[in-house]
Design a protein around this ligand. Sequence first.
Ligand code: AHM
Ligand code: MG
Length: 342
Amino acid sequence: MVADKRVITLEEYTIQKQKDFPNATGDLSKLLRDIGLAAKIVNKQVNKAGLVDILGTTGGNNLHGDEVKKLDIFANEEFISSLTHGGQCCGIASEENEEFIVINDEISRNAKYVVSIDPLDGSSNIDVNVSIGTIFSIYRRLSFSGSCVLEDFLQKGTQQVAAGYIIYGSSTMMVYTTGYGVNGFTLDPSIGEFCLSHPDIKTPESGKMYSINQGNFVNFEEGIRNYIRYCEGREEKDQEPYSLRYIGSMVADFHRNLINGGIFIYPKTKSRPKGKLRLLYECNPLSFVAEQAGGKASNGFKRILEIEPLELHQRTPILIGSKSMVEKAEEFIAAGTEAEVS
Ligand code: AHM
Ligand code: MG
């Protein structure tokens, strides 16, 4: 008998999974398809990024007289357009927009989902050919129908229906969860489809890599500084130092640690007492993925997914990755805080 080696595309996979839920309407599958579609368009543009000087500098006009948009603006517009026309969500909160967007056409205004999105994360890496990513999160709206309202977006991470990311790296991947494990799909450029390549991703319980902007060492609290000393092998006798890996693109750092084991930390600093990263657009979705893969995510004291969001662009410190590494870092933070208090 010949083994069935046929690839499963993202669309096929979501439809297959939908069949496991007799009451499913297919709306979530369609929403994920819309996100996948926008990702393919953004991917095409990301791959052309190095050609802007030939095709026209960003902010200027290209050979055809068309305006060349900065990639992050382009990505924002693409995702908004895809989600707006897809008809499956009634509102979008984007890291790029001050206010949330209400989708008010006849079909969308009564749709049951809202989406939070960071359309292109890792802004400092966009122009220098280093991996960047899109992060998304889907919630069921709280308002009954009609125009969506702020409260629809200000839900705890535990309420996410689905979340994931797209990494534009050496290959392009979409990784997501609907609360039943994590699956990864690699874009096959020859057929233009995301194909299931990493089924049921489980992150290692521990790892040998830590990711933090160590240049900020003097601006960190004592607990984090002590954890860094521990990672460097200074704190415990005979402990091999960990490897420091920091790309400065959260999706890329997170993805590597998810697959290989490791911890990513963006703590509070003197100039950023609430940390840098956004709860709704970056931390909640990646924390949902981390937990579903067997990892952990906290702000040092509490599960990220249980933080009450009070505003759209809220920030939080984050420790995320392999469970035992996050727990160890939490121990250092607790000890550092105790020492500061006493
Ligand atoms: P951005 O939303 O402006 O792209 O910022 C988020 C990025 C993350 O991807 C990354 O982990 C972090 O900022 C890096 O910040 P820093 O340069 O302060 O280390
Ligand atoms: Mg961002």
